[in-house]
Design a protein around this ligand. Structure first.
Ligand code: UT7
Length: 323
């Protein structure tokens, strides 16, 4: 017997404003063709003035609660992954708690940039499996548009805003790979690579700052580290490549997504891809893709899903779950 954190509901929210690649051609030395060819991105959503990360997160959470048929007070813990919280404190998670009308339980943020959702999932899984929460709401929500340097064509065309949410519930399993729920996680970071992807400001520096990235250097690390963490997680779950129904990768660049799938020997028709419509939404990209994958009828109950991400830190990781 084992306690497993089983997915009960999934939901997402994207801000109304859609920005096509062509819009950047007006202000930057770039083209729709360059952005599509190098990244796979065609458009992204940007939050409206006054629309903050917690606002997106609340809407995604409400969609996940509706999908699960649950009320806010059925939730014990909110774990919210973001690098773009509304305020320095309190956490965006406690704002979501209030916004949902949740009067019990506890809420906190996790900050692991683009790997944030995998980190949040691993933390929520630990809370559920150790009996500290019967139901956990795991959210990835970002407003990266607020930290983009609109003069830097190497970064500002890549990112978007959005939120996705997933509800986990404690259920008894047999402790075998046939169980539903999170079967394994693998987390890694290496702070020596800070300069490859960071924001050049922060509270302690009395500034907000802008995202800075040596994109091609991050790219060099991405495929190897993503493949290795996904394979470690699969090993830990007691599963092999042939058991995988879907990869739901962090959506940073179609070439990274394709390279990782190829290295794992998994065909692209088993990969959920949303990068063309969302751009890179950092910690929100995986739950957004999971929700889209679920709504479109791709991901079904019982499917084995591998999710993997890498980003600033560097921080990277993977999780294997059976829906
Ligand atoms: O989610 C967190 C993790 N982040 C990532 O995973 C991002 C990883 N990196 C990438 O996705 C890619 O490295 C980028 C999409 C950021 C860049 O693609 P690349 O193929 O690695 O291009 P590059 O950085 O090597 O730049 C090639 C050329 C450069 O010009 P020169 O030096 O060859 O003349 C850039 O200045 O492309 C130029 N360039 C652009 N040209 C037109 C950079 N950005 C643009 C642009 N439009 N928007």
């Amino acid at each position: 017997m084992a306690i497993r954190a089983v997915v009960k509901g999934v939901g997402h929210y994207l801000p109304d404003r859609v920005v096509e690649n062509h819009e950047f051609e007006k202000t930057l030395d770039t083209t729709d063709e360059w952005i599509r060819q190098r990244t796979g991105i065609e458009r992204r959503h940007f939050a409206a003035e006054g629309e903050n990360t917690s606002d997106l997160a609340i809407k995604a959470a409400q969609a996940a609660l509706a999908d699960a048929g649950l009320e806010a007070d059925d939730i014990d813990a909110i774990v919210l992954a973001t690098s773009t919280a509304d305020l320095t404190f309190p956490s965006a998670a406690t704002m979501v708690q209030a916004g949902l009308g949740m009067t019990r339980g506890y809420a906190f943020d996790v900050q692991a940039v683009c790997a944030g959702f995998v980190y949040a999932l691993a933390n929520a899984n630990a809370l559920v499996c150790s009996g500290q929460a019967k139901r956990a709401l795991v959210i990835g929500a970002e407003t990266f548009s607020r930290i983009l340097d609109w003069n830097d064509r190497g970064t500002c065309v890549l990112f978007g805003d959005g939120a996705g949410a997933l509800i986990l519930e404690a259920q008894h399993g047999d402790g075998t790979p046939a169980d539903r729920g999170i079967l394994s996680t693998d987390l890694n970071s290496d702070g020596r690579f800070k300069d490859l992807l960071y924001v050049d400001g922060g509270v302690s520096n009395r500034s907000t700052g802008y995202l800075r990235m040596q994109g091609n250097q991050v790219f060099r690390h991405a495929v190897d580290k993503l493949t290795s963490t996904a394979e470690t997680a699969l090993d830990r779950a007691g599963l092999g490549h042939g058991d995988v129904d879907w990869i739901v990768p962090h959506q940073a660049n179609i070439r990274i997504i394709q390279g990782t799938a190829k290295k794992m020997g998994i065909p692209m028709d088993k990969v959920v891809v949303t990068v063309q419509d969302h751009g890179n939404t950092s910690a929100a990209s995986i739950p957004l893709a999971m929700s889209v994958g679920r709504q479109s009828g791709k991901i079904k109950s019982g499917d084995v899903v591998v999710t993997e991400a890498i980003g600033g830190g560097l921080a990277w990781g993977a999780a294997v779950l059976r829906f």
